[in-house]
Ligand binder design. Structure first.
Ligand SMILES: Nc1ncnc2c1ncn2[C@@H]1O[C@H](COP(=O)(O)OP(=O)(O)O)[C@@H](O)[C@H]1O
Ligand SMILES: [Mg+2]
Length: 412
């Protein structure tokens, strides 16, 4: 199974040649090389980066066009030490790690971490770049990688000699943990029907070999388990496809009245069993959005299927297309909402519903053909569309799942 969350790691190794005689230039090139060496994954996903203000308030009297500007531009915490081991400059991000840092002070004034001090001592004694992993426990537990690089060959007082940069590995660890959990969950979900299929096969090979009635019954149950595995694999592939496209803005135009009507027809056969009545309230004007029609169909279909599956038997499900006019600088929004009159969902579950494999009641979801991936797929599709999912539910009354999109103006 392809993992859409797999991260490409770019490593650019810059080896500086002999730049003797021009130490200032060599220092500058090394600083730039060090900046280029920084993990590129954050820089590549430009659209998910928050805008970080460029520091302007540090030592305003200092010329900011030279190497200091390079230190400021490094996207992670960074500081430069002179030949005596005192801080000559740092960027703003460093204060998150060392709130008490001051230019002119040695490192030992604001950190007691023996690994970091040792790495700096080692970098003073050798030409190699030194990397060390630090574990912070307060104020929150996190893992940080510090890299100490020599930036010039000879130490000149009050000029940069070593560059120390810090990279927070906590997010990377969290993603690795999520990936491991996902694989464990997916394997577990597949193993359950597989184990029952094997059980049926053994029974058919043994005790039920000559029993045509039992054979018929077991084959029917086996077909059900195989269907469950197929559904799970289909959902996993669907999730992976959606994840791969999440950064590609959709190019099509989707009209929500027409799409909602189409999905209502699509799920009609499901209501034969549960006797649920679906009504559609259209918006009285076109509700157009920038979107991928197939994916929008998938979103509404997932919400409608859930309302039918987890709603009340003989219940009512209402699909509405609405519009919120623009407010100030905010664009007008168009909505599709699906409301059921089922048992509702307790508030503590609401924030977790879009997690992969999260189900309020695992047995009930399985019995109804659920995989626990439907709302995770919905969330990823909505992320791609820069749209929002809002869930409101009251126990004993019912639930509303609404998705809101920026309206596409008439001139687009
Ligand atoms: N309309 C609803 N009413 C009650 N519970 C719901 C509703 N929609 C979703 N849920 C709960 O959210 C869980 C996750 O939904 P989903 O991701 O679509 O997975 P699945 O339907 O495959 O179990 C469901 O298992 C169910 O417990
Ligand atoms: Mg579902």
């Amino acid at each position: 199974m392809p993992l859409a969350t797999a991260v490409a790691i770019l490593a650019v190794l810059v080896v500086l040649g002999q730049l003797g005689g021009v130490p200032a230039l060599a220092g500058m090139v090394t600083l730039l090389a060090a900046a280029a060496f920084w993990p590129r994954d954050a820089a590549l996903s430009v659209d998910v980066l928050a805008k970080v203000p460029v520091p302007t308030d540090q030592a305003p009297d200092v010329d900011r066009t030279g190497w200091r500007a390079v230190v400021d531009a490094i996207p992670t915490a960074a500081l430069a030490l002179d030949g005596a081991g005192c801080v000559v400059h740092h960027n703003r991000l460093i204060t998150e790690l060392f709130p008490e840092i001051l230019v002119g002070q040695p490192m030992s004034q604001f950190t007691r971490n023996p690994d970091l001090i040792g790495a700096i001592d080692l970098a003073f004694a050798s030409d190699d770049r030194v990397e060390v992993e630090l574990t912070e426990r307060v104020p929150v537990e996190r893992r940080v990688c510090a890299t100490v690089s020599r930036v010039v060959q000879t130490a000149v007082p009050s000029s940069p000699y070593l560059l120390v940069t810090f990279r927070d590995l906590t997010e990377q660890d969290r993603l690795a943990q999520m990936r491991a959990d996902f694989i464990a969950n997916a394997s577990h979900e597949l193993r359950t029907p597989l184990a029952s299929l094997r059980g049926f096969v053994e029974t058919l090979q043994g005790p039920a070999r000559e029993d045509p009635d039992a054979r018929e019954r077991f084959l029917w149950l086996m077909a059900g388990q195989a269907e469950r595995m197929t559904r799970l694999i289909d959902d996993l592939l669907s999730l992976s496809r959606v994840e791969m496209r999440v950064h590609l803005p959709p190019r099509g135009i989707v009209e929500l009245n027409e799409t909602a009507a189409y999905v209502c027809q699509l799920v009609e056969p499901l209501t034969d069993v549960t006797k649920v009545e679906i009504t559609l309230e259209r918006h009285d004007a076109p509700a157009r959005i920038r979107g991928d029609r197939e994916e929008i169909v998938q979103v509404i279909q997932n919400l409608l299927q859930n309302a039918i599956k987890y709603g009340r038997e003989d219940g009512k499900v209402q699909v509405r297309v609405e519009r919120d006019p623009s407010k100030g600088s905010l664009p007008a929004k168009v909505w599709v909402s699906v409301t059921d009159d089922g048992p509702g969902i307790a508030p503590e579950h609401l924030p977790r519903l879009t997690e992969r494999f999260y189900r309020v009641n695992v047995a009930s979801s399985r019995e109804k053909g659920g995989t626990g991936l439907g709302l995770a797929i919905v969330k990823h599709i909505l992320n791609r569309h820069r749209a929002e999912l809002k869930i409101a539910s009251k126990l004993g009354v019912g639930s509303t799942f609404g998705v809101s999109f920026d309206e596409l103006g008439a001139d687009s």
